[in-house]
Design a protein around this ligand. Structure first.
Ligand SMILES: Nc1nc2c(ncn2[C@@H]2O[C@H](COP(=O)(O)OP(=O)(O)OP(=O)(O)O)[C@@H](O)[C@H]2O)c(=O)[nH]1
Ligand SMILES: [Mg+2]
Length: 313
């Protein structure tokens, strides 16, 4: 074997034993779970907004660090559910926790343990897996408040480890990766080493448009809407033509989604197309249609599209 060959081989398969496993990111809505997933994977895999309840189903993001492949599961925030969709989201989050080797509870340090965080800590007591705590958004709080929060949370549950991080600027994130890579079980990697997500491109594209919609539209509209990719056509000139439908529940919502002279839909479309072009590294022609579907929030087919179980009753 030539020397060149040796080098190529060692690059593909890390020397020594490999580690791998699933880490569920759970926490209250808006804690920064999706921001952290993207940060740790090093690419946009899951959408982010300043609004609550952005993530609706589990998104897997795959990272490698040292000899480990770490499969992060971004989950919907846990909150008190009202609608059928809410219930499905919260059930899916707890389901993600059950499937994980390690559960990482993410808390917004500024909000602390108020409200949902307190209830999640209660719920976690019955979950047998190893748990770690990450206090996020440390760029926003004083060090002494952080220490108080860390000990208050650890009084409720003995976390294996507590990290203080900023998903936004990356501080503390290397420590998290070092810890996970070291402590996940020994075993073969689950995914090819260059794969970063398990989300089909059509679905990621729908999510990107939904993110722009969350950023642009307000009040109940983001929650009353749902995006699906209807068609995807690769063209001979190297560009792609994508058609998507934004479902809303009422005619009045359709008017808001379109905006005066179509301004809202145009802005959403432009923002989404720009980001999709970047991700796909090709020219994107994006066509958005707004359709009223009164009961999409009670339609099992829509839940299946989103990767959610349909809660009966
Ligand atoms: N200042 C600051 N803001 C952050 C940090 N991490 C996330 N954010 C912001 O917090 C907001 C919520 O972030 P997301 O990643 O969407 O939160 P999430 O936990 O996935 O929320 P849901 O999917 O709705 O449950 C966004 O506006 C982020 O930019 C951080 O470390 N510092
Ligand atoms: Mg999220």
């Amino acid at each position: 074997m030539t020397e060149e060959h040796d080098i190529a081989d060692s690059a593909a398969e890390p020397a020594g034993p490999t580690h791998s496993g699933f880490v569920a990111l759970i926490g209250p809505t808006n804690a920064g779970k999706s921001t952290l997933l993207n940060r740790l994977v090093g690419a946009k895999v899951s959408i982010v907004s300043h609004k609550v309840q952005t993530t609706r189903a589990i998104v897997r993001g795959i990272a490698t660090h040292n000899n480990a492949q770490i499969v992060f599961m971004d989950t919907p925030g846990i909150f008190k559910p009202r609608r059928r969709l809410d219930r499905a989201m919260v059930t899916s989050a707890w389901g993600g926790a059950k499937d994980a080797d390690i559960i990482m509870l993410l808390i917004d340090s500024e909000r602390g343990l108020r409200g949902d965080a307190e209830k999640i800590l209660e719920g976690l007591k019955d979950v047998p897996q190893r748990k770690i705590l990450a206090l996020n958004k440390i760029d926003r709080v004083k060090r002494e408040d952080l220490l108080a929060l860390a000990s208050a949370a650890n009084e409720k549950i003995a976390f294996d480890e507590t990290f203080m991080i900023s998903a936004e600027n990356g501080s503390g994130c290397d420590d998290v990766m070092d810890y996970l890579a070291k402590t996940l079980p020994e075993g073969p990697w689950y995914y090819p080493e260059d794969q970063i997500s398990d989300l089909p491109m059509r679905q990621l594209a729908a999510e990107i448009t939904r993110e722009k919609l969350f950023l642009r539209l307000h009040q109940e509209l983001p929650y009353a809407s749902h995006v699906e990719t209807e068609s995807w056509e690769e063209r001979k000139d190297g560009s792609v033509r994508i058609e998507q439908v934004i479902y809303v529940e009422r005619d009045s919502q359709k008017k808001i989604a379109l905006g005066k002279n179509g301004e809202a839909i145009k802005a959403i479309s432009t923002a989404s197309r720009k980001e999709l072009s970047q991700i796909l590294e090709q020219t994107v022609h994006l066509f958005l249609f707004v359709k009223v579907r009164e009961n999409w929030g009670d339609d099992p087919e829509r839940f299946r599209e989103m990767g959610l179980e349909f809660p009966r009753g």
